[in-house]
Ligand binder design. Structure first.
Ligand SMILES: [Zn+2]
Length: 276
């Protein structure tokens, strides 16, 4: 485990300008024994959790969840075809169906199929990704034809170390709207360019860590099983450091809500969009 700063600052807990909501954009059936290494077994339904950030200036989502192409079992393709059988995208469950519109911006925690599938329902949308994911996957990943994404999405790869970057909670970060209400943080390892999102929510700060931890148990005393991590985590040492950081944030900052990528307790019913 790499050393961490012993005294990470916590984000302010006073109310911020962002209304934060979690929605479930499809779900994946799995078995606990493939999710955690603490001996738990049995079937589990993992939500494709998407954060909805309503800021006075923009409607932003954290990830895009599963989308129409996943519902139709048209995606993902090779080499992730096997994943189609375990996916379920109920009627009304995609991000666009639940929001009733395309968001102004999507902040991707990483470019795996269950986080970018919904982008195909959002032609023309702006999407941020860590630039290391962009250079690694080139606008598609794990069976998605990159062409589909290059042609339809306005990609904005972020250089965490580049101009305008700051240090937030000890990590390189970009200020998404320029008012310090939403930050896009480097959190590499699960994929090379994985990111976290910190939002100053109306009820306090919320930190989305994507699949650095799939479930809340990963923030406590379990990990992904070793063989699963070997297959799924691109950079193991970076992932261990990023997970240790997320655990430290949760442990040291009781006023901070830390949201994992697929916590079963976050599974939400499909919500009909509000009348436009
Ligand atoms: Zn995922």
């Amino acid at each position: 485990m790499l050393p961490l700063p012993v005294d990470l600052a916590c984000p302010p807990t006073d109310p911020g300008p962002v209304a934060v909501e979690l929605i479930t954009a499809g779900q994946i059936t799995n078995d606990w024994k493939l999710v955690v290494n603490d001996g738990t077994t049995g079937p589990v339904t993992l939500p494709a959790t998407v954060g909805v950030l309503r800021h006075p200036k923009a409607l932003i989502t954290v990830d895009a969840g599963l989308g129409q192409k996943n519902r139709e079992k048209a995606q993902p393709g090779f080499p992730m075809r096997w994943a189609r059988a375990d996916m379920d995208v109920p009627a009304g469950a995609t991000v666009v169906e639940q929001l009733g519109r395309v968001p102004d911006l999507v902040l991707l925690t990483h470019m795996h199929y269950d986080h970018i599938g919904g982008l195909l329902d959002m032609p023309g949308v702006r999407a941020w990704t860590g630039d290391a994911d962009w250079w690694t996957y080139g606008g598609g990943n794990l069976g998605f034809p990159p062409r589909l994404f290059r042609d339809t999405i306005q990609w904005e790869p972020q250089d965490f170390e580049g101009p305008g970057s700051a240090q937030i909670l000890g990590r390189p970060a970009q200020d998404v709207l320029g008012d310090a209400s939403i930050w896009y943080l480097s959190l590499p390892g699960h994929t090379p360019g994985s990111a976290a999102v910190l939002a100053r929510g109306e009820s306090g700060p919320v930190l989305f860590i994507g699949d650095t931890g799939w479930v809340d148990k990963h923030l406590a005393d379990s990990m992904r099983p070793w063989a699963v991590s070997l297959f799924i985590d691109a950079r193991k040492a970076d992932h261990r450091e990023s997970l240790a950081w997320a655990r430290a944030m949760k442990a040291q900052c009781p006023g901070l809500r830390v949201v994992t990528g697929h916590e079963p307790a976050d599974l939400k019913p499909v919500r009909a969009p509000a009348a436009q």
